[in-house]
Design a protein around this ligand. Sequence first.
Ligand code: ATP
Ligand code: MG
Length: 432
Amino acid sequence: MGIKLATGITPIREVFKIDDGTQVTVRGWVYRRRDLGEKIFIVVRDSTGIIQTVFNHPMTLKAKKVGIESSVIISGIVRSDKRAPGGKEITADYIEVIGKSEAFPITKDASREFLLDIRHLSIRSRRLTTIFKIRDTIFKAVHDFFRKNGYYEVHCPMFITAAVEGGATLFEVKYVDGSTVYLTQSSQFYLEALIYSLEKVYTIAPSFRAEKSRTRRHLTEFWHAEAELAWSGLNDIMKVEEELITYIVNKTLEENYEELKFLGRNINALENVYPPFYRISYDEALNILEESGYKVPWGEDFGADEERVLTKQFDKPVFIYNFPEKAKAFYHKNNPNRPEVTLSADLLAPEGYGEIIGGGERIEKERDLIAKIKRFGLKPEDYQWYIDLRKYGSVPHAGFGLGMDRLVMWITGIDHIIDTIPFPRTIRRVYP
Ligand code: ATP
Ligand code: MG
C-alpha cells in the first residue's frame, strides 16, 4: 500500500477523520512527552484538539530534546490504535522545533495561586481552553439573539462622572485635565438616552466595580450585556430575558456538547432550561428562606448564601420580582399598586449559582425621579442629564444587565468566576 499525502497542515481534530496510512503534517505545542527508551510518545495540541505522535528509532534521537510547550511541526502516518487517546495516532517521520521551551514552569502539583501568578502561561491548560471556547459561543449567541430580534448594538463610554449603582464600588480615575472621573459600573444610563432614537438597544462592555468583599462571583472588571427597550415594562423584559437565556443555553448545547462533557457539566440541568422560568415574589423568597433557616429582614437584598439556598430548590432559572425600594438602585420605578416595592426582577441561575441578571422598569417621570434621588440621599445635580431625558418625550421603558462571566460560570458548571475569563481582575489581583 502506497502512502497517501494530505497536503499542507491538517488541524488536529481533522486527523481523526483521516484514513490509516495517510501522511499528514500537524503543528502545535507539546502537551506531554513520555520516553520509553526505544519509543517516545509526544502528545501535541493545537486549538482544535490533541493527538499522540509516536517516535521510533532513529526518530527518537530528535524527539528526545523536545520540551513541554515547545512549538513543533510533525509529519507522519496516521494509524488507528485503541490505546491512543481518541483512537488514532501519528507515527512520526519528521519533527521540526519552531520555538523551543525549556523547563516550562507548570507541573502537576502547582498551587492555584501560582497558576494565577503565571496566568499568561496557565491559560494554555485544557480546562481553561475548553471554558474559553464555551465563553466564545455564549458571547456570539448574545449578539445573534439581539440582532435577530431587532436591537441595535451601541457603545457607551467607560469614563463617567456619576455613580449608577452607588458610590461604594466606584473606581476613581485622574482625568487628563486633573479632574476626577470614574470607571463605569453599568452602561444603563447611556442606553436609556439611546432608546429615544433607536428604541431597542444593547451593548456588551466591561463594567467596573470596586467590590470590597472576596466572593466566588465578583470580579472588579466584568463583562456586562445590557439591553434597554422603549415602550415596555417589567413583564416585557422578563420575557426577553427568558428567551435570551434559553437561546444561549441551546446554542451552547448545540456547539459545545463535547466541551461541556469534558468539564463534567450536568447536561440534563441545561437541557431543562426553557420557558417559562419560575417567578416568585421577594416576599415568597423570604418565606422559602425562613423555612430553610435563613432569616432576612424585609427590605434587605439577598447575598450569595441566601441565593445559593434559594436556587438549590429550583431546577431551572427563577425570577424574583417586587424587590423593596431600598434593596434596589434609585432608578427603579416603584410599583403603583404597592409603592414600597419596585417593578424590578433579578434572574437567578439554578443549582446554587444565584443572580445572573438584574433588571426592571425605569422611572419615566421627572418629578418621581427627582423625589427618589432625594429620598436616597443623592444630589439631583449629579444626575442632571439623566433627569433631563424625562423632559423631552419620555416613555415607559425597561431594561436589564446580564453578568456574562457569571453566565459562563453557571453554564460551564464551574465553582469560581476567576476561571470564566482569561485574565481575571479581582480585589486582590491585577497581574498579569
Ligand atoms: P450582586 O448583588 O451579586 O453584587 P448586583 O445587584 O450588584 O449583583 P447588578 O447591579 O444588578 O448586580 O448588575 C447586573 C448583573 O451584573 C448582575 O446580575 C451580575 O450578573 C453582574 N455583576 C454585578 N456585579 C458583578 C461583579 N462584581 N462581577 C461579576 N458580575 C457582576
Ligand atoms: Mg453588587
